[in-house]
Design a protein around this ligand. Structure first.
Ligand code: PMP
Length: 397
Protein backbone atom coordinates (compact mmCIF):
# COMPACT_ATOMS: atom_id res chain seq x y z
CA UNK A 1 0.00 0.00 0.00
CA UNK A 2 1.33 3.37 -0.92
CA UNK A 3 1.51 5.55 2.20
CA UNK A 4 1.83 8.65 0.05
CA UNK A 5 -1.47 7.94 -1.64
CA UNK A 6 -3.21 6.95 1.58
CA UNK A 7 -2.21 10.24 3.21
CA UNK A 8 -3.25 12.25 0.14
CA UNK A 9 -6.70 10.65 -0.13
CA UNK A 10 -7.38 11.05 3.57
CA UNK A 11 -6.37 14.70 3.46
CA UNK A 12 -8.69 15.38 0.52
CA UNK A 13 -11.61 13.63 2.24
CA UNK A 14 -10.99 15.56 5.46
CA UNK A 15 -11.04 18.78 3.46
CA UNK A 16 -14.44 17.87 1.98
CA UNK A 17 -15.73 17.14 5.50
CA UNK A 18 -14.51 20.53 6.71
CA UNK A 19 -16.25 22.31 3.82
CA UNK A 20 -19.50 20.42 4.39
CA UNK A 21 -19.15 18.90 0.90
CA UNK A 22 -18.44 15.27 1.82
CA UNK A 23 -20.70 12.82 -0.03
CA UNK A 24 -21.92 9.45 1.14
CA UNK A 25 -24.39 6.91 -0.17
CA UNK A 26 -27.86 6.45 1.32
CA UNK A 27 -29.73 3.34 0.18
CA UNK A 28 -33.44 3.69 -0.51
CA UNK A 29 -36.23 1.23 -1.20
CA UNK A 30 -38.85 1.78 -3.89
CA UNK A 31 -37.01 4.77 -5.36
CA UNK A 32 -39.32 4.51 -8.40
CA UNK A 33 -42.40 5.63 -6.44
CA UNK A 34 -43.55 9.12 -5.38
CA UNK A 35 -43.27 7.93 -1.80
CA UNK A 36 -40.14 5.92 -1.10
CA UNK A 37 -38.77 4.10 1.89
CA UNK A 38 -35.49 4.87 3.58
CA UNK A 39 -34.39 3.29 6.84
CA UNK A 40 -37.88 1.84 7.22
CA UNK A 41 -39.50 5.30 6.95
CA UNK A 42 -41.86 6.59 4.28
CA UNK A 43 -40.64 9.78 2.62
CA UNK A 44 -42.33 11.91 -0.01
CA UNK A 45 -39.85 11.58 -2.86
CA UNK A 46 -39.03 15.04 -4.14
CA UNK A 47 -35.56 14.27 -5.41
CA UNK A 48 -35.79 11.91 -8.37
CA UNK A 49 -35.75 12.62 -12.11
CA UNK A 50 -38.59 10.17 -12.64
CA UNK A 51 -40.85 13.03 -13.68
CA UNK A 52 -43.62 10.98 -15.28
CA UNK A 53 -43.36 8.03 -12.88
CA UNK A 54 -42.44 5.69 -15.76
CA UNK A 55 -39.57 4.03 -13.85
CA UNK A 56 -42.18 2.13 -11.88
CA UNK A 57 -44.77 1.70 -14.63
CA UNK A 58 -45.87 -1.94 -15.10
CA UNK A 59 -45.67 -1.70 -18.93
CA UNK A 60 -42.12 -0.40 -18.83
CA UNK A 61 -41.05 -3.08 -16.36
CA UNK A 62 -42.84 -5.79 -18.33
CA UNK A 63 -41.11 -4.70 -21.55
CA UNK A 64 -37.73 -5.20 -19.86
CA UNK A 65 -38.71 -8.69 -18.72
CA UNK A 66 -39.92 -9.67 -22.17
CA UNK A 67 -36.83 -8.29 -23.92
CA UNK A 68 -34.49 -9.99 -21.43
CA UNK A 69 -35.68 -13.38 -22.68
CA UNK A 70 -33.57 -12.74 -25.77
CA UNK A 71 -30.46 -12.39 -23.62
CA UNK A 72 -28.95 -10.56 -20.68
CA UNK A 73 -26.33 -8.57 -22.54
CA UNK A 74 -25.88 -7.09 -25.99
CA UNK A 75 -22.60 -9.02 -26.41
CA UNK A 76 -20.46 -6.27 -28.00
CA UNK A 77 -20.37 -2.67 -29.20
CA UNK A 78 -22.89 -1.49 -31.77
CA UNK A 79 -20.34 -1.70 -34.59
CA UNK A 80 -19.47 -5.33 -33.77
CA UNK A 81 -22.43 -7.58 -32.81
CA UNK A 82 -24.44 -5.23 -30.57
CA UNK A 83 -26.59 -3.80 -33.33
CA UNK A 84 -29.79 -5.78 -33.02
CA UNK A 85 -33.12 -4.99 -34.66
CA UNK A 86 -34.64 -3.63 -31.42
CA UNK A 87 -32.07 -0.83 -31.15
CA UNK A 88 -32.25 -0.11 -34.88
CA UNK A 89 -36.03 0.21 -34.72
CA UNK A 90 -35.73 2.37 -31.61
CA UNK A 91 -33.50 4.78 -33.53
CA UNK A 92 -36.01 4.97 -36.38
CA UNK A 93 -38.79 5.65 -33.89
CA UNK A 94 -36.71 8.34 -32.16
CA UNK A 95 -36.01 10.17 -35.43
CA UNK A 96 -39.71 10.02 -36.23
CA UNK A 97 -40.65 11.26 -32.75
CA UNK A 98 -38.15 14.13 -32.86
CA UNK A 99 -38.93 14.97 -36.46
CA UNK A 100 -35.28 14.70 -37.49
CA UNK A 101 -33.62 12.81 -40.35
CA UNK A 102 -31.80 10.44 -38.01
CA UNK A 103 -31.15 9.50 -34.39
CA UNK A 104 -28.71 7.34 -32.45
CA UNK A 105 -28.70 5.73 -29.02
CA UNK A 106 -25.96 6.14 -26.40
CA UNK A 107 -25.10 4.31 -23.20
CA UNK A 108 -25.99 7.33 -21.05
CA UNK A 109 -26.40 11.09 -21.23
CA UNK A 110 -23.00 11.57 -19.69
CA UNK A 111 -21.41 9.39 -22.35
CA UNK A 112 -23.35 11.15 -25.11
CA UNK A 113 -22.22 14.65 -24.16
CA UNK A 114 -18.62 13.71 -23.52
CA UNK A 115 -18.41 11.76 -26.77
CA UNK A 116 -20.34 14.15 -29.01
CA UNK A 117 -18.49 17.32 -28.00
CA UNK A 118 -15.06 15.71 -28.19
CA UNK A 119 -15.90 14.21 -31.60
CA UNK A 120 -17.24 17.45 -33.10
CA UNK A 121 -14.70 19.94 -31.79
CA UNK A 122 -10.95 20.31 -32.17
CA UNK A 123 -8.21 22.73 -31.16
CA UNK A 124 -9.00 25.26 -33.88
CA UNK A 125 -12.71 25.49 -32.97
CA UNK A 126 -14.50 27.56 -30.39
CA UNK A 127 -17.37 26.43 -28.22
CA UNK A 128 -19.81 28.67 -26.32
CA UNK A 129 -21.23 27.09 -23.22
CA UNK A 130 -23.73 28.47 -20.69
CA UNK A 131 -22.10 28.86 -17.27
CA UNK A 132 -24.64 26.46 -15.71
CA UNK A 133 -24.47 23.68 -18.31
CA UNK A 134 -24.27 20.13 -17.00
CA UNK A 135 -20.91 18.63 -15.95
CA UNK A 136 -20.99 16.17 -18.87
CA UNK A 137 -20.96 19.11 -21.30
CA UNK A 138 -18.06 20.71 -19.45
CA UNK A 139 -16.13 17.43 -19.53
CA UNK A 140 -16.81 16.91 -23.25
CA UNK A 141 -15.49 20.40 -23.98
CA UNK A 142 -12.37 19.77 -21.89
CA UNK A 143 -11.69 16.56 -23.74
CA UNK A 144 -12.11 18.27 -27.13
CA UNK A 145 -9.33 20.81 -26.42
CA UNK A 146 -11.38 23.48 -28.23
CA UNK A 147 -11.23 27.07 -26.99
CA UNK A 148 -14.20 27.70 -24.74
CA UNK A 149 -16.18 30.85 -23.97
CA UNK A 150 -18.31 30.09 -20.91
CA UNK A 151 -20.96 32.77 -21.09
CA UNK A 152 -22.79 34.05 -18.05
CA UNK A 153 -25.99 32.15 -17.40
CA UNK A 154 -28.55 32.97 -20.14
CA UNK A 155 -26.63 36.19 -20.90
CA UNK A 156 -27.01 36.77 -24.65
CA UNK A 157 -24.83 39.89 -24.67
CA UNK A 158 -21.97 38.00 -23.11
CA UNK A 159 -22.49 35.19 -25.61
CA UNK A 160 -22.60 37.57 -28.57
CA UNK A 161 -19.42 39.36 -27.47
CA UNK A 162 -17.68 35.97 -27.52
CA UNK A 163 -19.10 35.07 -30.94
CA UNK A 164 -17.91 38.39 -32.39
CA UNK A 165 -14.43 37.89 -31.01
CA UNK A 166 -14.25 34.34 -32.35
CA UNK A 167 -15.18 35.52 -35.84
CA UNK A 168 -12.54 38.27 -35.66
CA UNK A 169 -9.96 35.73 -34.52
CA UNK A 170 -10.83 33.52 -37.48
CA UNK A 171 -11.75 30.46 -35.43
CA UNK A 172 -12.43 27.49 -37.70
CA UNK A 173 -15.93 26.45 -36.55
CA UNK A 174 -18.22 27.71 -33.78
CA UNK A 175 -20.63 25.69 -31.65
CA UNK A 176 -23.10 26.94 -29.05
CA UNK A 177 -24.16 24.33 -26.50
CA UNK A 178 -26.82 24.63 -23.84
CA UNK A 179 -29.09 22.66 -21.54
CA UNK A 180 -32.72 23.33 -22.51
CA UNK A 181 -33.85 23.01 -18.88
CA UNK A 182 -31.09 23.72 -16.36
CA UNK A 183 -30.83 20.79 -14.02
CA UNK A 184 -30.17 22.58 -10.73
CA UNK A 185 -32.21 25.76 -11.23
CA UNK A 186 -35.16 24.55 -13.28
CA UNK A 187 -35.04 27.58 -15.56
CA UNK A 188 -34.85 27.34 -19.36
CA UNK A 189 -32.45 28.46 -22.06
CA UNK A 190 -33.51 31.33 -24.36
CA UNK A 191 -33.60 28.95 -27.32
CA UNK A 192 -35.23 31.38 -29.72
CA UNK A 193 -32.43 33.91 -29.17
CA UNK A 194 -29.75 31.24 -29.33
CA UNK A 195 -31.08 30.15 -32.73
CA UNK A 196 -31.00 33.78 -33.88
CA UNK A 197 -27.38 34.24 -32.75
CA UNK A 198 -26.17 30.95 -34.14
CA UNK A 199 -27.63 31.86 -37.52
CA UNK A 200 -26.18 35.39 -37.38
CA UNK A 201 -22.65 34.12 -36.68
CA UNK A 202 -22.70 30.93 -38.73
CA UNK A 203 -22.35 28.74 -35.65
CA UNK A 204 -24.00 25.39 -34.92
CA UNK A 205 -26.30 24.83 -31.93
CA UNK A 206 -26.49 21.74 -29.75
CA UNK A 207 -29.24 21.45 -27.13
CA UNK A 208 -29.26 19.05 -24.19
CA UNK A 209 -32.89 18.06 -23.57
CA UNK A 210 -32.12 15.83 -20.58
CA UNK A 211 -34.82 17.50 -18.47
CA UNK A 212 -37.02 18.62 -21.37
CA UNK A 213 -37.54 15.25 -23.09
CA UNK A 214 -40.87 13.74 -22.12
CA UNK A 215 -41.88 16.90 -20.28
CA UNK A 216 -42.38 19.51 -23.01
CA UNK A 217 -43.77 19.40 -26.53
CA UNK A 218 -47.06 17.95 -27.78
CA UNK A 219 -45.57 14.45 -27.88
CA UNK A 220 -42.92 15.03 -25.23
CA UNK A 221 -40.25 15.80 -27.84
CA UNK A 222 -38.69 18.47 -25.64
CA UNK A 223 -38.56 22.20 -25.12
CA UNK A 224 -37.14 22.96 -28.58
CA UNK A 225 -40.07 21.23 -30.26
CA UNK A 226 -42.57 23.00 -28.00
CA UNK A 227 -41.14 26.30 -29.32
CA UNK A 228 -41.21 25.10 -32.93
CA UNK A 229 -37.41 25.30 -33.17
CA UNK A 230 -36.40 21.68 -33.84
CA UNK A 231 -35.55 22.32 -37.50
CA UNK A 232 -33.18 25.13 -36.63
CA UNK A 233 -31.15 23.23 -34.04
CA UNK A 234 -28.27 21.19 -35.41
CA UNK A 235 -28.14 18.52 -32.75
CA UNK A 236 -30.48 17.62 -29.92
CA UNK A 237 -29.54 15.12 -27.26
CA UNK A 238 -31.54 13.82 -24.35
CA UNK A 239 -31.54 11.02 -21.83
CA UNK A 240 -33.81 8.08 -21.14
CA UNK A 241 -32.84 8.27 -17.47
CA UNK A 242 -35.24 11.02 -16.44
CA UNK A 243 -38.83 11.39 -17.73
CA UNK A 244 -38.46 8.06 -19.60
CA UNK A 245 -37.62 6.40 -16.28
CA UNK A 246 -35.07 4.02 -17.82
CA UNK A 247 -31.42 4.53 -18.80
CA UNK A 248 -29.43 5.51 -21.89
CA UNK A 249 -29.55 8.55 -24.15
CA UNK A 250 -30.11 9.74 -27.70
CA UNK A 251 -28.84 12.26 -30.19
CA UNK A 252 -31.08 13.43 -33.05
CA UNK A 253 -30.37 15.61 -36.06
CA UNK A 254 -29.43 15.62 -39.73
CA UNK A 255 -28.37 12.31 -41.22
CA UNK A 256 -24.84 13.63 -41.89
CA UNK A 257 -24.35 14.58 -38.26
CA UNK A 258 -25.48 11.18 -37.01
CA UNK A 259 -23.39 9.28 -39.58
CA UNK A 260 -20.37 11.37 -38.56
CA UNK A 261 -20.94 10.56 -34.87
CA UNK A 262 -21.30 6.84 -35.58
CA UNK A 263 -17.86 7.04 -37.17
CA UNK A 264 -16.11 9.42 -34.80
CA UNK A 265 -17.73 9.39 -31.38
CA UNK A 266 -15.51 7.38 -29.07
CA UNK A 267 -18.12 6.92 -26.33
CA UNK A 268 -20.38 5.31 -28.96
CA UNK A 269 -17.73 3.20 -30.69
CA UNK A 270 -15.69 1.88 -27.80
CA UNK A 271 -18.39 0.66 -25.46
CA UNK A 272 -20.84 -2.21 -25.30
CA UNK A 273 -24.35 -1.54 -26.62
CA UNK A 274 -27.16 -1.24 -24.07
CA UNK A 275 -28.63 -4.61 -23.05
CA UNK A 276 -31.93 -5.85 -24.58
CA UNK A 277 -33.91 -5.22 -21.35
CA UNK A 278 -33.00 -1.54 -21.38
CA UNK A 279 -33.82 -1.11 -25.06
CA UNK A 280 -37.13 -2.93 -24.49
CA UNK A 281 -38.02 -0.59 -21.62
CA UNK A 282 -37.13 2.49 -23.65
CA UNK A 283 -39.49 1.36 -26.43
CA UNK A 284 -42.32 1.01 -23.90
CA UNK A 285 -41.47 4.31 -22.19
CA UNK A 286 -41.49 6.06 -25.59
CA UNK A 287 -45.07 4.83 -26.15
CA UNK A 288 -46.07 6.43 -22.86
CA UNK A 289 -44.13 9.63 -23.52
CA UNK A 290 -45.78 10.09 -26.93
CA UNK A 291 -49.26 9.61 -25.49
CA UNK A 292 -48.39 11.38 -22.24
CA UNK A 293 -50.27 14.66 -22.66
CA UNK A 294 -52.22 14.15 -19.43
CA UNK A 295 -49.14 13.16 -17.47
CA UNK A 296 -47.34 16.28 -18.70
CA UNK A 297 -50.29 18.45 -17.80
CA UNK A 298 -50.49 16.95 -14.34
CA UNK A 299 -46.74 17.40 -13.82
CA UNK A 300 -46.76 21.02 -14.95
CA UNK A 301 -49.79 21.89 -12.82
CA UNK A 302 -48.27 20.28 -9.73
CA UNK A 303 -44.96 22.03 -10.33
CA UNK A 304 -46.68 25.40 -10.74
CA UNK A 305 -48.70 24.99 -7.55
CA UNK A 306 -45.62 23.82 -5.62
CA UNK A 307 -43.35 26.60 -6.94
CA UNK A 308 -45.88 29.33 -6.31
CA UNK A 309 -46.57 28.00 -2.82
CA UNK A 310 -42.89 28.18 -1.95
CA UNK A 311 -42.44 31.60 -3.53
CA UNK A 312 -45.37 32.99 -1.54
CA UNK A 313 -43.60 31.83 1.59
CA UNK A 314 -40.52 33.80 0.59
CA UNK A 315 -38.20 30.97 -0.45
CA UNK A 316 -35.64 31.74 -3.16
CA UNK A 317 -36.63 29.34 -5.95
CA UNK A 318 -33.92 30.74 -8.26
CA UNK A 319 -35.26 31.06 -11.83
CA UNK A 320 -37.41 27.92 -11.66
CA UNK A 321 -40.12 27.69 -14.31
CA UNK A 322 -40.33 23.91 -14.72
CA UNK A 323 -40.75 20.67 -12.74
CA UNK A 324 -37.40 21.38 -11.04
CA UNK A 325 -37.92 23.71 -8.10
CA UNK A 326 -34.88 24.49 -5.98
CA UNK A 327 -34.78 26.48 -2.76
CA UNK A 328 -31.42 28.15 -2.48
CA UNK A 329 -30.05 27.99 1.06
CA UNK A 330 -26.44 29.20 0.66
CA UNK A 331 -23.87 27.29 2.70
CA UNK A 332 -23.28 23.57 2.25
CA UNK A 333 -23.66 22.76 5.95
CA UNK A 334 -26.92 24.70 6.18
CA UNK A 335 -28.32 22.95 3.10
CA UNK A 336 -27.37 19.52 4.48
CA UNK A 337 -28.89 20.40 7.86
CA UNK A 338 -32.10 21.54 6.17
CA UNK A 339 -32.24 18.32 4.16
CA UNK A 340 -31.99 16.33 7.43
CA UNK A 341 -34.67 18.53 8.96
CA UNK A 342 -36.98 17.67 6.05
CA UNK A 343 -36.17 13.98 6.22
CA UNK A 344 -37.05 13.89 9.92
CA UNK A 345 -40.46 15.21 8.86
CA UNK A 346 -41.07 12.71 6.07
CA UNK A 347 -39.70 14.55 3.02
CA UNK A 348 -36.82 13.51 0.80
CA UNK A 349 -35.22 16.71 -0.53
CA UNK A 350 -31.56 16.07 -1.20
CA UNK A 351 -29.04 18.89 -0.63
CA UNK A 352 -27.11 19.85 -3.75
CA UNK A 353 -23.71 21.33 -2.97
CA UNK A 354 -20.53 22.41 -4.82
CA UNK A 355 -19.11 21.44 -7.23
CA UNK A 356 -22.57 20.54 -8.61
CA UNK A 357 -23.69 24.15 -7.97
CA UNK A 358 -21.55 27.30 -7.53
CA UNK A 359 -20.02 28.01 -4.11
CA UNK A 360 -22.47 29.72 -1.73
CA UNK A 361 -25.58 28.52 -3.60
CA UNK A 362 -26.14 25.13 -1.97
CA UNK A 363 -29.76 24.22 -2.19
CA UNK A 364 -32.50 21.68 -1.86
CA UNK A 365 -33.44 20.64 -5.37
CA UNK A 366 -37.06 19.53 -5.37
CA UNK A 367 -38.35 17.78 -8.45
CA UNK A 368 -41.97 17.00 -9.04
CA UNK A 369 -43.57 13.86 -10.43
CA UNK A 370 -46.82 13.59 -12.39
CA UNK A 371 -47.73 10.78 -9.99
CA UNK A 372 -47.29 12.72 -6.75
CA UNK A 373 -50.48 12.83 -4.70
CA UNK A 374 -51.80 16.35 -4.31
CA UNK A 375 -52.35 15.77 -0.55
CA UNK A 376 -48.69 14.85 -0.12
CA UNK A 377 -47.55 17.97 -1.94
CA UNK A 378 -49.86 20.17 0.13
CA UNK A 379 -48.42 18.66 3.26
CA UNK A 380 -44.90 19.45 2.05
CA UNK A 381 -45.89 23.03 1.23
CA UNK A 382 -47.34 23.44 4.72
CA UNK A 383 -44.30 22.00 6.33
CA UNK A 384 -42.03 24.34 4.42
CA UNK A 385 -44.14 27.24 5.63
CA UNK A 386 -43.64 26.14 9.21
CA UNK A 387 -39.91 25.78 8.62
CA UNK A 388 -39.83 29.26 7.15
CA UNK A 389 -41.56 30.98 10.04
CA UNK A 390 -40.40 28.88 12.98
CA UNK A 391 -37.11 29.27 14.80
CA UNK A 392 -35.52 26.96 12.22
CA UNK A 393 -35.47 29.79 9.76
CA UNK A 394 -32.58 31.32 11.66
CA UNK A 395 -30.58 28.14 11.21
CA UNK A 396 -31.37 27.34 7.63
CA UNK A 397 -32.38 30.36 5.60
N1 PMP B 1 -27.29 16.41 -19.20
C1 PMP B 1 -27.99 16.96 -18.19
C2 PMP B 1 -28.48 18.36 -18.34
C3 PMP B 1 -28.22 16.23 -17.02
O1 PMP B 1 -28.89 16.78 -16.00
C4 PMP B 1 -27.75 14.90 -16.93
C5 PMP B 1 -28.03 14.01 -15.73
N2 PMP B 1 -27.88 14.53 -14.52
C6 PMP B 1 -27.01 14.37 -17.99
C7 PMP B 1 -26.82 15.15 -19.12
C8 PMP B 1 -26.45 12.99 -17.93
O2 PMP B 1 -27.43 12.07 -18.21
P1 PMP B 1 -27.34 10.56 -17.69
O3 PMP B 1 -27.82 10.57 -16.28
O4 PMP B 1 -28.22 9.81 -18.62
O5 PMP B 1 -25.91 10.13 -17.80
Amino acid sequence: MSEVWQAHLEKELAQLEREGNFRSLHPVEEAQQPVLIRGGRRLVNLSSNNYLGLAGHPDVIQAAQTAARRGAGSTASRLITGDDEAVESLERRLADWKGTEAAMVFGSGYMANVGILSALLGREDMVFSDWLNHASIIDGIRLSRAACHRYRHRDLDHLEAGLKRAVQQGKRRLLIVTDSVFSMDGDTAPLQDLVFLKEKYGAALMVDEAHGSGVFGPRGEGLAASLGLSDRIDLQMGTFSKAFGVYGAYAAGRETWIRYLVNKCRSFIFTTALPPAVIGSIHAALDHVIRGTELRQSLNEKAKRFREGLQQQGWDTSGSETQIVPIVIGGSREASAFSRYLEERGILGVAIRPPTVPEGTSRIRFSLMATHREEDLEQVINLLKEARISWEVGRFA
